[in-house]
Design a binder for this molecule. Structure first.
Ligand SMILES: Nc1ncnc2c1ncn2[C@@H]1O[C@H](COP(=O)(O)OP(=O)(O)O)[C@@H](O)[C@H]1O
Ligand SMILES: [Mg+2]
Length: 346
């Protein structure tokens, strides 16, 4: 009976334009529209007005929707009546977001998986492992072990859920050319896994600049419709942005782009029940403008977007200290671990 019902739905849906039958796979593919409405979709907005709005920094529906007509008129040099009309349109098109009941949220949280780091101490610090549906930022100075953690979690994510893995595919965006398949093989062997099978499930792309880095996330989003994406690593999140947007004058633009990048990564984490791990360097030069030399790049934009932040320091005897900073539901604390030939260990 259930089968019959399914068939009826299939046939009915097949009449809809945006559903097509993929002959080869023998499955129904539903095209989800992924393009968000743009300024040109607003009533009374032609190319010239759209340009004025963009120049004034309004490139997002929500940003317009929350304005008052007089404020928008001032900011974008438009008439007040036109502004009112634009705002009314933006309110309809903007994705304001909805409310979920506590129970619905609890149900979504119950799907959260926890990934092991291969160090008991680090797992305990994270309340049992690195959570999916979240962005985790690992920051620290050069050589503190950020890339090693990225490699270890990539290996572990390919393991079955019953063994502390995420049982899925890993996407690694490498911006500094520090991804090493040999290191993955070593760590796989260290966990008793077949290196070839592990490498098969880790998909690596080198990002050549910040725009490319952002495009690669779009690409992963597209693939996530057909592939079980369980982990995305961006190593490093900020190096291209930092090199390309230099100086005070470019700071706003850099932060805006980083913000958009992180929003897309968070969406991916939520939709795919995946873990997003980003690495970030700390300011190396203690100068007046930047202040504390142990502050991560990207300031509050990266800080707010990350659910978990792990600060790494080198310690005596090759030991590393990881400090959990600002977690929503875990106490601050520290864990000591080692980077060994076989990988991260206590
Ligand atoms: N095969 C290995 N065996 C033991 N330690 C290693 C190995 N590979 C790397 N390391 C350690 O990891 C450090 C580099 O850490 P890395 O994650 O690349 O730093 P970051 O990404 O924070 O700049 C090296 O200095 C070394 O101590
Ligand atoms: Mg690194």
């Amino acid at each position: 009976m259930a089968a019959k019902k399914e068939k009826e739905i299939d046939e009915e849906e097949l009449k809809v334009d945006d559903v097509s039958l993929d002959e080869e796979e023998d499955t129904v593919v539903v095209e989800v529209p992924e393009d968000e409405p743009t300024l040109d979709d607003l009533p009374g907005v032609g190319p010239a007005t759209a340009e004025k709005l963009r120049e004034a920094g309004f490139d997002d529906m929500l940003a317009i929707a929350v304005m008052s007509p007089s404020a928008l008129a001032d900011a974008a040099e438009l008439g007040e009546a036109v502004s009112a009309k634009i705002i009314a349109g933006a309110k309809k098109l903007a994705n304001i977001g909805g409310f979920l009941s506590g129970n619905a949220l609890l149900e979504k949280r119950s799907e959260v998986l926890k990934l092991t780091s291969s160090s008991v101490a680090v797992d305990e610090l994270f309340g049992g492992g690195f959570e999916t549906q979240a962005i985790c930022e690992v920051y620290g100075e050069f050589g503190s072990g950020k890339t090693q953690i990225g490699h270890q979690l990539a290996v572990n994510a390919t393991m079955p859920i019953s063994e502390g893995g995420l049982g899925g595919e890993v996407f690694y965006i490498d911006t500094e050319d520090t991804f090493r398949p040999e290191r993955i093989s070593q760590m796989a062997r260290g966990n008793g896994l077949d290196p070839e099978l592990v490498l098969e499930r880790i998909h690596v792309a080198r990002a050549y600049n910040s725009a490319h880095q952002m495009l690669l996330v779009d690409e992963i989003k597209r693939m996530a419709k057909n592939i079980e994406v369980k982990m995305v690593i961006v190593d490093s999140l900020t190096s291209h942005f930092r090199a390309e947007f230099l100086g005070r004058g470019k700071l706003a633009e850099r932060q805006q782009k980083l913000n958009k990048h992180l929003k897309e990564l968070k969406q991916l984490a939520d939709v795919s029940n995946a873990l997003v791990l980003v690495t970030n360097q700390v300011h190396s030069k203690p100068d007046a403008m930047w202040g504390d030399p142990t502050k991560p790049i990207g300031g509050h934009i990266v800080g707010h977007a990350s659910t978990f932040r792990l600060y790494l320091r080198k310690s005596k005897g090759g030991r590393r200290i990881g400090r959990l900073v600002d977690s929503p539901n875990l106490p601050e604390g520290e864990a000591v671990f080692m980077v060994t030939g076989e990988g991260i260990r206590d």
